[in-house]
Write a protein that binds this ligand. Structure first.
Ligand SMILES: NC(=O)c1ccc[n+]([C@@H]2O[C@H](COP(=O)([O-])OP(=O)(O)OC[C@H]3O[C@@H](n4cnc5c(N)ncnc54)[C@H](OP(=O)(O)O)[C@@H]3O)[C@@H](O)[C@H]2O)c1
Length: 299
């Protein structure tokens, strides 16, 4: 797991719920590093984004201790133990802790790499992270040349942690997170396989969701299968807000007999908001086949 942050000379990271300084080159660096990644953030950080919306093209996990909170396009986690269990299902190289102060403080020991944009100024911050130059386990592995933006000098510094802590064992989902494993079990039954869409950012987001949530939990479909399906995806016209999840190959025969057809491909047409609707319907106990019937069509 990696951490990415911009700090001022006092290791300040934010003020009044916002960044201290927005440097376009740093924003670009952040976008590139986190493309298609799994992002872990605190609720305040989500609220600081434009429209308080999750970042597109990434799988957003938001830590929030708010009863009943649902955030379209994000997975909400209500506790650190729930988060650890969830993170164990991902490839840790794909996971980035992106803020804010409370997340960096709690998750620093579990990160192997920190990408720190060091800005040489005092931004009068009210939110800080620990000075990792003072932590023995952390050392600098590379540093860019000094750059400058609107009078503020900055550099990109990469740190390495020589003593990464494993996620705690024996944790179980508690409180509000109790439903997560059950939800995952039910996802497995859904057997979705593929996303076709000509919006590459959304395809990447969908691919990340597939890899992260479906693929490790599914039988009979490998990551290579999933990738092959995705890269072979057809264009989907103007429907940039829609995507298509194909039914896994082993379901095609069953669907053909159910719908009296002989199609080689079935697709489940799913818009961005629908993933949330799925979850709500699953949680309310509707049967998988009823939910699928509303989305499946022969291609
Ligand atoms: N410079 C940068 O690169 C950078 C990056 C990201 C954010 N920021 C800045 O950082 C500031 C926000 O940081 P922050 O520390 O105030 O907020 P934060 O870490 O973004 O979010 C805090 C929220 O997460 C919840 N939370 C934290 N730990 C939790 C846990 N273990 N279980 C359940 N919920 C948990 C908190 O709930 P409770 O209140 O119930 O604890 C609170 O609602 C902003 O100014 C933002 O702009 C800077």
């Amino acid at each position: 797991m990696k951490l990415i942050v911009a700090v001022d000379e006092k290791w300040g990271i934010g003020k009044d719920g916002d960044l201290l300084k927005s440097i376009p080159d740093d924003m670009r660096f952040f976008r590139e590093k986190t493309r298609s990644a799994v992002l872990v953030m605190g609720y305040n950080t989500l609220l600081s984004f434009p429209g308080s919306k999750p970042l597109p093209g990434r799988l957003n996990i938001v830590l929030a201790d708010v009863e009943g909170l649902r955030i379209p396009g994000a997975v909400v986690c209500g506790s650190m133990s729930g988060l650890f269990e969830l993170l164990k299902t991902f490839d840790s190289d794909e996971v980035y802790v992106i803020g804010g102060g409370s997340m960096y403080r709690q998750l620093l020991p579990y990160c192997d790499t920190a990408y720190i944009t060091k800005m040489r100024f005092d931004g009068g911050a009210d939110t800080f992270i620990p000075d990792i130059d003072e932590i023995a386990e952390w050392s600098i592995s590379s540093e860019s040349e000094l750059k400058e933006c609107e009078g503020i000098e900055y550099s990109f510094v990469e740190y390495h942690n020589s003593s990464v802590e494993p996620f705690p064992d024996g944790q179980s989902f508690g409180g509000r997170d109790k439903g997560i494993p059950e939800l995952f079990k039910r996802y497995k039954e859904l057997s979705f396989g593929l996303i076709d869409c000509d919006d590459s950012a959304y395809r990447a987001e969908a691919a990340a969701i597939l890899r992260a949530v479906f693929e490790p939990l599914k039988d009979g479909m490998t990551a290579a299968d999933t990738e092959a399906f995705i890269s072979g995806g057809a264009s989907f016209g103007d429907h940039l807000t829609s995507s298509r999840l194909a039914v896994a190959p082993d379901e095609i025969a069953a669907l053909n007999s159910r719908f009296g057809s002989d199609a080689d491909t079935y697709r489940v047409c799913v818009g961005r908001g629908d993933l949330d609707t799925f979850i709500t319907r699953l949680e309310s106990g509707e049967s998988i086949s009823d939910i699928q019937a509303d989305y499946i069509c022969a291609d």
